[in-house]
Design a protein around this ligand. Structure first.
Ligand code: NDP
Length: 475
């Protein structure tokens, strides 16, 4: 009998009403190791009723009361960090070291950040004396739906639920059915700290079934969604006719622009990370690496050499840098794109194949893959692969680099490597992406939802990070 994950509704861990379950596999071993509720509309209805009942008291508890619950939740999560990291690694195939140092710490940070931010929240007042004082009142909307993907399971799940809860909303949340385990464990912690029943409800199951039921339910006033662009468009179609508030964080095909004057060693090490962290399954990974021609040969050689040092292996081993990709289907999708790249004239410089590390022979692994020789507008360079696959291309001028960078329909993130401040100003204004990292990658300050991060060399030995807002840079 496999372990049965439960839904969390009205403070209770319960089976789905129809008693239907889906299989949950460990990507590193292919083992079927738990069953996930295949929830449907009737489970959503139950959760919405419970959230609606809980809402007035949660709203009226005030910021301090809500913050206290959330801080307790963050504390018990921190106490259990190793248990959660192990569960995340098993459920998603990612290296345990990554879950321990990035996923779970960031989940704790998400909860703490919004639990304390709400204590300092303020609104504007416009004094049109003597006749009038206008002020903005921010109120919770009621019941909110949060839907998150599988790549950073608890990290993105908590990033959605924490601001909603801190603001006084009650939540119906759905993690991806591919990675349900840490959301389930979080429900156990909610019980432990005595979170009032119905404030947070966690439903498991398929996007097209329980996900759509959440999006369509008239009692759910807003949807916060992170996932694929195609899914985002389906959700927008459901939400538009009923004017539901929507926040959509979708896919990316992010460019990395490397100029010859960059701080080379930091650039090289960071570009390896920005390409292959989490097996390239981060929407913010850079997958199109554009290199100034005078640096191209040196970069190509060093980059391939560094990538070949990355160990693809058992996620539990400390030396592992790349674990498994999320599913057999996703592995096939990635390998399909590698085949397409070759059809399009690309040359594989390293990687390109599935691998079966020792002890994980039935898991779904793909070598870190570097491809060159492709035009900027081919499908490989235009479509999101979401795996350990990058292309490298030379460019001659800033204009050419920008043309390639801006050629895709995505506009999520980009990375720029240069020491030239004027060029930085020009490119960060001209590049069409919501996030621009300059001389760094994945540095985040949760106060800046769309950060522009800059990192410049201050002496021959040290660099320091600076996070500037786009407003500062005149964008
Ligand atoms: P999906 O869009 O397939 O799924 C995301 C979530 O939505 C899952 O919980 C999924 O459930 C659910 N879902 C699927 N269909 C529907 C529907 N019709 N109605 C409601 N919910 C639905 O994305 P992936 O899980 O494959 O995640 C990878 C994608 O996420 C990539 O494109 C990546 O770029 C993007 N992403 C974006 C980020 C950002 O901040 N911009 C961050 C991280 C990832 P189920 O799993 O059951 O299908």
């Amino acid at each position: 009998m496999k372990f049965e994950i439960k839904n969390y509704i009205a403070g209770e861990l319960i089976a789905p009403i129809a008693s239907q379950y889906l299989d949950n596999f460990a990507p590193a071993t292919g083992e079927l190791y738990s069953l996930v509720p295949d929830s449907e509309a009737q489970d959503v209805a139950l959760a919405v009723e419970s959230a609606q009942r809980a809402f007035p008291a949660w709203r009226d508890l005030g910021a301090e009361g809500r913050s206290a619950y959330m801080l307790r939740l963050a504390d018990v999560l921190e106490r259990d960090i190793e248990k959660f990291a192990l569960a995340e690694s098993k459920d998603s195939g990612k290296p345990l070291s990554l879950a321990r140092t990035m996923d779970i710490p960031r989940a704790i940070q998400n909860i703490r950040f919004f639990a304390t931010a709400i204590l300092h929240a303020h609104t504007e007042t416009h004094d049109a004396s003597p006749a009038m004082l206008n002020y903005t009142l921010r109120q919770p909307i009621g019941v909110v739906g949060c839907i998150s993907p599988w790549n950073l399971p608890l990290y993105l799940f908590t990033w959605k639920i924490a601001p909603a809860l801190a603001s006084g909303n009650c939540v119906i949340a759905k993690p991806s059915e591919l990675t349900p385990m840490t959301a389930y464990l979080l429900a156990e912690l909610c019980q432990e700290i005595g979170l009032p029943a119905g404030v947070l409800n966690i439903l498991h199951g398929l996007g097209g079934k329980v996900g759509e039921a959440i999006v369509s339910h008239p009692g759910i006033k807003a949807i916060s969604f992170t996932g694929g662009t195609a899914t985002g468009s389906v959700i927008a179609r459901h939400a538009a006719p009923v004017f539901k508030k929507l926040s959509l964080e979708l896919g990316g095909k992010n460019p990395v622009l490397i100029f010859a004057d960059c701080e080379y060693d930091t650039m090289l090490a960071t570009t390896v990370r920005s390409s292959f962290t989490n097996q390239g399954q981060i929407c913010l990974c850079g997958s199109r690496i554009l290199v100034e021609r005078s640096l191209y040969e040196r970069f190509r050689q060093d980059f391939v050499q560094e990538v070949q040092k990355l160990t693809v292996g058992n996620p539990l081993h400390e030396s592992t840098r790349l674990g498994a990709v999320i599913s057999a289907g996703h592995q096939q999708k990635i390998l399909g794109y590698i085949a397409l790249a070759q059809e399009e004239g690309g040359k594989i410089l390293t990687g390109g194949k599935a691998v079966k590390p020792e002890g994980c022979e039935n898991g779904w692994f793909v070598e870190p893959t570097v491809i060159e020789g492709l035009p900027y507008d081919c499908r490989t360079n235009q479509e999101e692969i979401f795996g350990p696959v990058v292309t490298i291309q030379p460019f001659d001028t800033e204009e050419e680099a920008l043309k390639y960078a801006n050629s895709v329909r995505y506009g999520l993130a980009s990375v720029l490597w240069t020491q030239n401040l004027s060029r930085t100003q020009r490119i960060t204004q001209a590049i069409e992406s919501g996030i621009v990292w300059v001389n760094c990658w994945l540095m985040r300050d949760l106060r800046t939802p769309w950060p522009l991060a800059l990192r410049f060399k201050t002496s021959s030995k040290e660099s320091y990070p600076l996070i500037l807002s786009k407003t500062f840079c005149g964008k």
